[in-house]
Design a protein around this ligand. Structure first.
Ligand code: GTP
Length: 170
């Protein structure tokens, strides 16, 4: 049995949270210390095989800079899943992540599968957002939660695998 499930995934989050780095780690197995800030949005595809299906990931990596905020609905409106990313070393990025969740709850597809991702887990000594804070917020809002590091690859494949599983089930 071979079935292909398409549908867009979208990455949202504050500038510098690590959206591009997460998707590059997943798609190319690469990490760049000096990753350039995304302009507008970038598109990536990757195929992932689950037991029961082959999932084609079409990922829109949106730009986190405030001046691009108004473009975001174009990318999340048709999305099957959204990943809201924050940086564990920045409380500000966590606050921004909550704003994205609220916006998606108000304006996004009601069946949207949402993940809250706490990235840069390798920077434990600079942590400003406790794991429990992210976990608690995710729980209260019905989101899946994961801590990742695009740098060490911690939980990155697991994240995309989880998204694929959730999308297949939906
Ligand atoms: P915008 O495109 O501006 O929205 O940013 P972004 O969310 O796509 O962040 P990006 O992937 O460009 O990463 C920003 C910076 O953080 C880069 O210098 C990355 O190397 C660094 N970075 C990303 N993920 C990690 C991580 O898991 N650990 C560490 N230590 N640094 C990371």
């Amino acid at each position: 049995l071979f079935s292909s499930i398409t549908g867009f995934r979208v990455l949202l989050g504050d500038m510098g949270a690590g959206k591009t780095s997460l998707v590059l780690r997943f798609v190319k197995g690469q990490f760049h210390e000096y990753q350039e800030s995304t302009i507008g949005a970038a598109f990536f595809t990757q195929v992932l095989s689950l037991n029961e299906a082959t999932v084609k990931f079409d990922v829109w990596d949106t730009a986190g800079q405030e001046r691009y905020h108004s473009l975001a609905p174009m990318y999340y409106r048709g999305a099957a899943a959204a990943v809201v990313v924050y940086d564990i070393t920045s409380m500000d990025s966590f606050q921004k992540a909550k704003k994205w969740v609220q916006e998606l709850q108000r304006q996004g597809n009601p069946k949207l599968i949402m993940f809250l991702v706490a990235n840069k887990a390798d920077l434990e000594e600079k942590r400003r957002v406790d794991n429990e804070m992210g976990e608690q917020y995710a729980k209260e809002n019905g989101l899946s939660f994961m801590e990742t590091s695009a740098k060490t690859a911690q939980n990155v494949n697991e994240l995309f695998y989880e998204i694929a599983k959730r999308v297949v089930k939906a």
